[in-house]
Design a protein around this ligand. Structure first.
Ligand code: GTP
Ligand code: MG
Length: 234
């Protein structure tokens, strides 16, 4: 009998997440036995690679995608690369630093039966300073309003790094608009919504446990913020 989650691939882009990656993979394996877990690493130097490689050698459902030699590195490039390799019907994308609760993956997965894309929407961001809250809210609002005005599909958290998508849809978009993705960027969902057919069905799952990263370092910086705003208007 096929395992219940055998039609799910969880894609995790990582860059130096040795403090959290083993715990995250462990939680996913326990909660979603039979799902494929793809960890796409762009050349971590903190030991993340060794940790994931060892897990993948012992469990054929865990795939380690070593992107060290790729010309184009980036979170979006890693997610697109991984999505094109999936063999399952459904995909969930999440961060490797445990900011996205593994328990919510199942809710996103479930809603993909009736939707093409399901977005994990952060309802509160505990611990964020006023500064980051304002930047985040402003960027989200600009993107939302721009997408709405253009008749594009949109959601309450267009910047979310936590979302599900039907693999066929993702592959069609990636193959026909490969050059339009901001491969070095961080907002793969925003790129997808920019390029998806206007009538895609979008579901949302609300969660509130998004907290400050507990280990590793953030790759968020001002260049990334500017790049994101620019890509909103592409
Ligand atoms: N493959 C790959 N993964 C990356 C890259 N940059 C960041 N990541 C991973 O993408 C995920 C999101 O990056 P974060 O730095 O956590 O971004 P953030 O959540 O907006 O920022 P924080 O709140 O500070 O954590 C994490 O799993 C990172 O390890 C990259 O260039 N390539
Ligand atoms: Mg993070």
């Amino acid at each position: 009998m096929p395992s219940p989650f055998s039609d799910l691939s969880v894609i995790i882009p990582v860059m130096n997440e040795k403090g959290t990656i083993a715990g995250l993979i462990g939680a996913l394996r326990k909660l979603y036995a039979g799902a494929t877990i793809i960890v796409a690493d762009d050349g971590s130097t903190d030991g993340t690679r060794g940790i994931v490689k060892a897990i993948s050698e012992a469990d054929r459902n865990v795939l380690f995608l070593d992107r060290r030699k790729r010309n184009v590195k980036g979170l979006t490039a890693s997610v697109v690369d991984s999505a094109l390799r999936t063999l399952t019907e459904k995909i969930v994308v999440m961060d490797g630093d445990l900011q996205h609760p593994p328990e919510v993956v199942g809710d996103i997965y479930g809603l993909l039966d009736a939707n093409d894309i399901v977005v994990g929407v952060r309802t509160s961001v505990k611990d964020w300073g006023v500064h980051r809250k304002v930047i985040s809210k402003t960027m989200a609002y600009i993107a939302y309003a721009t997408f709405k005005a253009r008749g594009r599909p949109t959601t309450n958290d267009i910047m979310s790094g936590f979302f599900g998508i039907r693999a066929g849809l993702f592959k069609r978009i990636a193959l026909s608009h490969r050059e339009s993705f901001v491969h070095t960027g961080y907002k793969v969902l925003l790129d997808i919504l920019r390029l998806a057919p206007a009538n895609v069905r979008i579901g949302e799952v609300y969660y509130s446990t998004f907290h400050l990263r507990r280990s590793g370092t953030s790759k968020l910086n001002y260049k990334r913020i500017v790049d994101t705003v620019v890509s909103t208007f592409r």
